[in-house]
Design a protein. Sequence first.
Length: 150
Amino acid sequence: MSRFTSHMALALAEARAAADRGEVPVGAVVVAPDGRVAAAAGNRTRELSDPTAHAEILAIRAACRAAGSERLPGHDLWVTLEPCPMCASAISAARIGRLYYGASDPRMGGVDHGARVFDHPQCHHRPQVYDGLGADPSRALLQGFFRNRR
Ligand SMILES: [Zn+2]
């Protein structure tokens, strides 16, 4: 059994960097089975003019590229906010082993709210899900970001 290390601090740093770029502050980190950080990313939907450029998607793409594989078995994904349905589907398709997310997202989330993607019988791979890690700083970042935009 390997020692447990939280990667939420790195995910939060990516979220902060996203906010500095004027993007919705969400950050994600993919961790390889050996504990190495395989990829880290923040939202870039505005910069890339791409509605799919969520932090989770960008991190999964980079980790898959590095692994030379469309699947990431045994990898963990850390993200500051509950993934939306699109990202939850990508997490399932990538065969991510464990999902750690920070703040819950009753409005856009698709894991424990709304579509509840992993609970569908059509969902062939369900990661272990752990929520609430780093939820407070994640929520504070999001609230600060949207407050400043009004
Ligand atoms: Zn998403």
